[in-house]
Design a protein around this ligand. Structure first.
Ligand code: NAD
Ligand code: ZN
Length: 360
């Protein structure tokens, strides 16, 4: 079992991330749950069926559950209202502990509902996808999508603890496990060359649970180091955006084109496009660029996309521009293991990176 402690804003808020095997059934070892008047589990219907039904009770005390519909389309204010309604019906109050068990959607929506109900009740996250274990666990962002804009309404609210049980990953489809590796590879590319090499030595499903514990611990530690220095995304935290400027535009365009890509798949393609921009700006060598593509592709993640219009991708990037005073601040690579924020990129170079990405 591994343990990381996160300190946010002058150490006034601190919480542990516990990473291990079979620890979902031992939450009471890590958190004084008896101090709470009531425990409400928030989950989705897939997790409920796979991980919670017919399993030993997670707590020694009685708990209530709120079961959400599955996936990104449940990430709405209506779902949050449903949770608030259920909490009222359950007579939840400020002594209630909310336990979010699920992927990033459950953690984001459940965290948002908890951070707003009665001006905030305590919550813990038990992330069950690799992506949510290495990314959504650290940083305290909660929220929902609104007017088709992702994560546009939300709060910064730290959980009381994050419990990561690698056993939960055994029911995860291979495609979703592999997708989680995109963020792991990103951590290597922006912060640690040795780690990048290690996580691309074999296919994601070939890593043992013990190896996954080490990988999740390392990724959380990299994100923690960045987030602790910049909780509210003033500068350094934008390192974590590597691959996301092009990636999120591709992700949005993929929904329009009816060839939906998973977030991690789009980020993987985005990392290649942004490495290409780094190459063209003479920040990395051709050999490094080729090495990045080869290693990412070897994990089974996509490195380019077909059937997508350049125009649509560029349109989707306009949203990023609007949010940043009309200019995109790019996160690029100085070398493998060293990201750099706030770089500007010419329209011409953006165009050629997108053309390369869609195989023109
Ligand atoms: N708050 C943050 O800092 C942060 C960071 C990254 C991503 N996110 C958010 O996370 C969301 C994506 O998270 P996600 O990729 O976990 O998606 P998800 O929560 O939609 O889960 C993906 C699918 O896997 C299923 N699933 C979850 N755990 C499973 C398991 N153990 N076995 C079998 N199936 C399982 C879910 O039911 C769902 O169908 C996005 O909304 C994104 O915006 C938030
Ligand atoms: Zn991401």
């Amino acid at each position: 079992m591994k343990k990381i402690r996160i300190h946010i804003e002058e150490k006034t808020q601190t919480y542990p991330i516990i990473i291990g095997r079979g620890i979902m059934r031992k939450i009471e070892n890590y958190l004084p749950v008896n101090a709470y008047g009531k425990i409400v589990i928030i989950t989705d219907c897939v997790i409920e069926k796979l991980l919670l039904k017919n399993k030993p009770q997670l707590f020694s005390v009685t708990t209530d559950s709120v079961v959400l519909p599955v996936g990104e389309r449940a990430k709405t204010i209506e779902t949050v209202q449903e949770i608030w309604r259920e909490l009222l019906a359950l007579n939840a109050d400020r002594s209630t502990l909310i336990v979010n068990i699920g992927g990033g959607v459950v953690c984001d929506v459940g965290g948002f509902a908890a951070s707003t109900f009665m001006r905030g009740v305590d919550f813990i996250n038990v992330p069950t996808t690799l992506l949510s274990q290495v990314d959504a666990s650290v940083g305290g962002k909660t929220g929902v999508n609104f007017e088709e804009i992702k994560n546009i309404v939300g709060t910064f609210q730290q959980p009381k603890a994050v419990i990561i049980d690698v056993e939960t990953l055994s029911t995860l489809p291979e495609k979703i496990l592999t997708e989680g590796f995109a963020e792991i590879i990103k951590h290597g590319l922006i912060a640690d060359k040795k780690y990048f090499k290690m996580v691309t030595t074999k296919k994601p499903k070939e890593f043992s649970q013990d190896e996954l514990i080490d990988i999740i611990t390392k990724s959380c530690a990299i994100k923690k180091k960045i987030v602790e220095k910049d909780v509210r995304e003033g500068g350094l935290r934008r390192l974590l955006n590597f691959g996301h400027t092009v990636g999120q535009a591709i992700e949005a365009a993929s929904f329009e084109n009816n060839i939906p890509l998973l977030h991690g798949e789009a980020v993987s393609i985005g990392m290649v496009a942004e490495s290409y921009i780094s190459l063209q700006k003479k920040m990395i060598s051709k050999k490094t660029f080729e090495d990045i593509i080869e290693k990412i592709a070897s994990t089974g993640l996509p490195v380019r996309v077909s059937g997508m219009e350049k125009k649509t991708i560029l349109e989707k990037m306009q949203h990023d521009k609007k949010q940043n005073n009309g200019r995109i601040q790019w996160t690029l690579l100085n070398k493998i293991g060293e990201g750099v924020v706030d770089k500007s990129v010419s329209e011409e170079l953006i165009n050629s990176a997108i053309e390369r990405t869609i195989g023109l």
